[in-house]
Design a protein around this ligand. Structure first.
Ligand code: SF4
Length: 367
């Protein structure tokens, strides 16, 4: 993780014992957004199939998974770019799953999104200043031209751009600058939650770290909650407080960043972490990636039982027949028949399903 500067505020991170989905939020762990059994089907495609998740105020929750896992669809359901097929989206406890036009306006102010591709998400015919100013209308009230310009200049400066950029068109900017404009725009309405959907994956590697650093600084300074949708585990390690892992439309593991990186319980999480590069060359040389084989199965006809069984090296007959429930295990929850409350969990690197994963065996690295 050498390319990312370290987050300054480390002392307010949750303890390893925090369990995300259980019980009412404790003081300091207030839930700002909650998904209850969220379902989003596009015809026969079961993109999201019963996702329950809590996002805490002022924290970054990373939603991780392969392309096609349904993670971006979760983000779009929260912003209400698509109408969920089932389940509930609660914002500060209020049900925002089905909204009138007037309520939608308020929702769009409270929940902003930054998309993967800034070139596609910014209107090329609009000046940057107008793009950034657009969300101000959601806040209501009349503003003079001068006030509006001042707010735009502040917004641009907040993301490291000069106020003069307001008079340019998006195509006159670099990819990194365009993504900064997207972020400035998303924060203009002072949202309660920001959805960042693969915000750096369309950018040159050389600017990815600076945009991620910017997001981290803004999140820390302003304190909005963030759902960070990504497949980049090094970015997750740097930015996230909590992690939720998705596979084929469902959550398979959730926990704090410390718990997931030190003790991944679910075989899929273990495989993802085993495939992620680490900064230390010596550790990188020692790593043995776990080959999952086969591509992600179709969301039109997901496998029976545990949806991961067609790729899991530890699958047994029970996995084909029975759906594993999300089960508490220490400071996390995971959906695998071989994860138990006493902390025992599968270990795909050892090649067997019932070994206890101890902190001593795994601390410090997603090997
Ligand atoms: Fe693998 Fe079975 Fe666990 Fe699913 S339930 S992750 S197939 S061991």
């Amino acid at each position: 993780m050498s390319v990312f500067k370290r987050r300054a505020a480390q002392d307010d991170r949750p303890t390893a014992g925090h369990v995300l989905p259980a019980g009412p939020a404790a003081h300091g762990n207030e839930v700002v957004l909650e998904l209850q059994d969220l379902v989003m089907h596009f015809g026969a495609v079961r993109a999201v199939d019963g996702v329950s998740l809590q996002i805490r105020r002022g924290k970054v929750t990373a939603l991780v998974g392969e392309s096609g896992s349904g993670k971006s669809t979760v983000g779009r359901c929260i912003v209400r770019l698509v109408e969920p097929t089932g389940g509930q989206v609660l914002l500060n406890g209020a049900d925002v799953t089905h909204l009138s036009r007037a309520q939608m306006r308020e929702h769009r102010r409270d929940v902003s999104i930054v998309f993967q591709d800034p070139a596609g998400s910014l209107d090329p015919r609009m000046l940057v200043g107008d793009v950034v100013a657009e969300p101000l209308q959601l806040q209501g009230g009349r503003r003079s031209r001068k006030e509006r310009s001042e707010r735009v200049a502040e917004g641009l400066q907040r993301v490291g751009l000069r106020p003069e950029v307001a008079r340019r068109y998006p195509h006159e900017l670099s990819g990194g600058q365009r993504q900064r404009v997207s972020i400035a725009r998303a924060l203009m309405s002072e949202p309660k939650i920001l959805i960042a959907d693969e915000p750096t994956s369309a950018l040159d590697v050389s600017v990815q770290a600076s945009v991620l650093n910017l997001l981290a600084d803004l999140q820390r300074d302003i304190g909005f909650a963030c759902l960070f949708i990504t497949h980049d585990l090094s970015a997750v390690e740097y930015l996230a407080d909590d992690i939720a892992v998705m596979y084929l439309g469902q959550l398979v593991e959730q926990g704090t960043r410390e718990e997931i990186f030190a003790r991944p319980r679910h075989p899929y999480t273990q495989a993802l972490l085993a495939a992620a590069p680490v900064a230390d060359p010596a550790r990188q040389r020692e790593r043995r990636p776990v080959l999952l084989g086969d591509d992600l199965p179709s969301a039109m006809d997901p496998p029976s039982g545990c949806r991961f069984h067609t790729r899991c090296p530890l699958a047994v007959a029970q996995c084909v027949e029975e759906v594993p429930a999300l089960r508490k295990s220490g400071g996390a929850v995971a959906a695998c028949h071989f994860v138990h409350e006493d902390g025992s969990a599968p270990d795909i690197r050892a090649g067997h399903a019932t070994s206890a994963v101890t902190p001593a065996a795994t601390t410090g690295s997603p090997a």
